[in-house]
Design a protein around this ligand. Structure first.
Ligand SMILES: Cc1ncc(COP(=O)(O)O)c(C=O)c1O
Ligand SMILES: [Zn+2]
Length: 392
């Protein structure tokens, strides 16, 4: 199969170069181009991968490479909905994925392509979740994996990658520079680095968007009530993938109005939110990033400009929340709704709260589990004590 890539800035087509999937003219991430063929949802198909087969780049889904990702619940958040006056508040619980984050949705597609393209080794660079995800799926596929993690990544996240047999290297130095370096190493050693804005990963992220569409039904997107989808944003790959799902749905006439996406960042590292507010392009590097939401602390996001372009196309917006707001939201989701997410995911609730009362659907995409970042919880808010047995 000939896989074509396209630059979303200039529309030029390029052959696939796994080791640098960016436009040589613009530097934007290249995206999969499916050609002119008529694409449709296969209504009678059983699994989501079969239903949306025309929108995915693999030859076919191989159950032997899957760990059971996807199919995550869309949960009503009754208590928080009443409290913030948004009755349609829902959470897409991406923590339910096999390695505890949404990354698995992109990894299964990229890993399947790695096998289809004949790679023996894969790699990634990560603030933690993509490390564990890539290592786990590489183990399942029987491929070697090389993982570069940001210095300061939690022990839980490092262990969760290394246990799968990955070679894990903690890297001191500039994270955006590591992004580029990893592709050079990939080219020299024939390792497929499936990084944050990898074109196959992005196609995998679309599947969560298709699931949200299937769960809410076409009438939710007829333009009468707004649908907002809140997404934590770092490199931008996840947001780009989710928006692309609704572009696909619009293109085939399944929806009339795409949801208004709200990309959310921590104010301590908000390069895309800052550019959005100021109307700046291109997105510039954010100086001295500082936030407890480590999973979304990329100061120079490689998908930033494309994320902004896509957001504007769906009349979306960017929001930035403070550390206090996101920590409060994390505790509220856990104590009010039973959902222990990481600080990066909690930014979504903090952003929804800022909107005030409203009547549409508001979907919070909870991208990662709190169990991998327990050290970052605001422990002052926890009711944990010690007593002797005879003094209870
Ligand atoms: C929990 C969590 N949420 C959100 C993101 C952001 O995704 P992206 O880098 O595709 O914008 C990440 C990325 O590492 C993550 O781990
Ligand atoms: Zn271009």
């Amino acid at each position: 199969m000939m896989i074509a890539l396209e630059c979303p800035a200039c529309g030029n087509a390029y052959p696939l170069d796994i080791h640098w999937p960016f436009c040589p003219l613009h530097g934007w991430p290249l995206l999969i181009h499916y050609g002119a063929k008529h694409r449709r949802i296969r209504e009678s198909a059983g699994s989501i991968y079969e239903r949306y087969a025309d929108f995915l780049p693999w030859r076919r889904f191989d159950p032997g490479l899957s760990l059971g990702e996807g199919g995550t619940p869309l949960l009503p958040l009754h208590r928080l909905a009443a409290e913030i006056g948004r009755p349609g508040l829902l959470a897409k619980n991406e923590m339910m994925n096999p390695t505890g984050s949404f990354k698995d949705r992109g990894t299964v597609v990229a890993m399947t392509m790695a096998v289809e393209l004949g790679f023996r080794s894969v790699g990634t660079i990560s603030t933690g979740n993509m490390a564990g995800s890539t290592a786990a799926y590489a183990a399942k596929a029987g491929l070697k994996s090389l993982i570069y993690v940001k210095d300061g990544t939690s022990r839980e996240k490092i262990t969760a990658a290394a246990i799968h047999g990955a070679s894990v290297i903690k890297v001191r130095g500039d994270y955006p520079a590591l992004f580029k370096r990893s592709f050079e190493i990939g080219r020299a050693r024939n390792i497929f680095f499936m990084n944050s804005v990898d074109p196959f990963r992005i196609e995998g992220y679309k599947v969560a968007g298709f699931e949200i569409f299937d769960a809410l039904g076409p009438s939710a997107f007829d333009g009468r009530r707004p649908v907002r989808i809140f997404v934590p944003v770092s490199a931008g790959g996840h947001l780009i993938g989710l928006i692309r799902a609704f572009f696909d749905l619009k293109e085939m006439g399944a929806i009339r109005v795409p949801p208004r996406f709200v990309g959310v960042q921590a104010a301590g590292c908000a390069p895309i939110a800052r550019a959005f507010v100021r109307g700046e392009a291109p997105v510039r590097r954010f100086p001295r990033p500082r936030t407890i939401a480590h999973a979304i602390s990329n100061p120079f996001p490689p998908g930033g400009d494309l994320a902004l372009r896509y957001l504007r196309a769906v009349h979306g917006t960017m929001s930035a929340v403070t550390e206090r707001e996101l920590l409060r939201a994390q505790t509220e989701l856990a104590s009010g709704e039973g959902l222990f997410c990481d600080p990066a995911s909690a930014v979504t609730l903090a952003a929804a709260r800022k909107l005030g009362p409203g009547h549409g659907f508001d979907v919070l995409v909870l991208t990662g589990s709190g169990l991998k970042t327990v050290e970052d919880v605001n422990s002052a808010a926890l009711d944990v004590n010690e007593r002797d047995l005879d003094n209870l």
